[in-house]
Write a protein that binds this ligand. Structure first.
Ligand SMILES: C[S@@+](CC[C@H](N)C(=O)[O-])C[C@H]1O[C@@H](n2cnc3c(N)ncnc32)[C@H](O)[C@@H]1O
Length: 213
């Protein structure tokens, strides 16, 4: 877990990379069929993905789950600035999602997996709360990303004033990250069908879209 100051600095730094959230929101929109979808942003962080989802789908209800109160506060601020009503930030963890069975149309999760202590349990939880035919749009850091390229990212982050703590937070996440094959296995173990994959073997990140049968 990070402290409040690092959470704030992370939010400030990531605001510069809006295009990453905007792109993921477009993938989420492509896989959302309901006109008034219930979308879970799992590992919400400062809510920057939720803001972009609302911009594309203003009729959505977004539930944001994160274990850190500071992240929930930052998300409330960011989504409130966007002036939307149907946003529910809730404290919780992926291993024990505080939502009812078959209550969610789409789950979005970005770069939260390295911190999940029991991934198989978390993926089963995602299957439990999704409606039949519901989708997961899952973006993850790639464990196969070469170490020497990670060094370049570290230098670039420091150069772009991410600060020592945010840079460490990001670089350390790669040590806990998973490969594409591992994430596919988590989905398969939990009974999902994988319907789309984006990202090559040793790119910095990948996206997997999976469906609950
Ligand atoms: C690197 S941040 C990513 C935040 C956001 N998804 C984004 O892309 O800006 C990872 C987030 O996962 C949250 N997290 C950590 N452990 C978690 C868990 N077990 N379940 C859900 N979220 C968790 C952290 O508090 C943090 O906000």
């Amino acid at each position: 877990m990070i402290d409040d100051k690092t959470a704030e600095e992370f939010a400030t730094y990531m605001e510069k990379y809006n295009d990453l959230y905007e792109y993921l929101a477009s993938v989420i929109q492509k896989h959302t069929s309901s006109s008034h979808p219930v979308i879970l942003d799992l590992g919400l962080g400062p809510g920057l993905l939720s803001v972009e989802i609302f911009l594309k789908m203003p009729q959505a209800t977004i539930i944001g789950i994160d274990p850190l109160i500071k992240m929930l506060q930052l998300a409330k601020g960011n989504v409130k600035n966007a002036d939307y009503q149907t946003f529910e930030p809730i404290i919780g963890i992926s291993e024990n999602i505080p939502l009812k069975n078959s209550s969610v149309d789409v789950i979005a999760s970005r770069f939260s997996l390295p911190y999940w202590t029991q991934p198989n349990k978390s993926f089963k939880e995602m299957a439990r709360i999704l409606k039949p035919g519901g989708k997961v749009i899952f973006e993850a850091l790639n464990r196969d990303f070469p170490t020497w390229k990670l060094l370049l990212i570290k230098i670039r982050m420091l150069f772009n004033r991410a600060g020592q703590d945010v840079t460490k937070y990001h670089i350390d996440a790669y040590k806990l990250a998973h490969t594409i094959e591992q994430v596919e296995q988590f989905f398969t173990n939990a009974g999902f069908t994988i319907i789309e994959k984006e990202g090559k073997k040793n790119e910095w990140r990948f996206i997997i879209v999976a469906e609950k049968k």
